[in-house]
Design a protein around this ligand. Sequence first.
Ligand SMILES: C[C@H](O)[C@H](O)[C@H]1CNC2=NC(N)=NC(=O)C2=N1
Length: 135
Amino acid sequence: MSKITKGIVLSAEAVSEYLTKLNAVKTPALSPISGSFPQVERWSIQQKNSSTGENSEYLSASYKFKSFKKAWKFLNYVADSAHTLRHHPTIITTYNKVDLEITTHDVGNKLTIKDFELAESVNTAFNKAQEPEKP
Ligand SMILES: C[C@H](O)[C@H](O)[C@H]1CNC2=NC(N)=NC(=O)C2=N1
């Protein structure tokens, strides 16, 4: 016999409306930062003006490592952060050097709080990649 003896039956419309509202609370809409930008160590703010008149903003940073292996250790941490934050950088890697760019594609390549959160966590990844290997 069912354990549920009392309850409220909701219509499919009511459930759908509730879920939409719940989702909006969990993931508030991203909007471009207006006014002054936060400062993140190692990262600088760049602007690109395309011939079509579209102005884009992005963060950029370069990281250098003692070895190729350390660069890849860093990249694996960066991938974890990107996955967790659901925000993904553009990555160019050349041997022991990693160049990163971050912008928010969903708002037309402008800077949002997500970009600065990811930049902070890339710095944390950089510090972790310097730690000596555990035996
Ligand atoms: C649905 C998904 O979360 C979005 O498309 C995310 C994925 N990762 C992203 N990464 C970046 N850099 N910008 C985005 O706008 C973006 N959007």
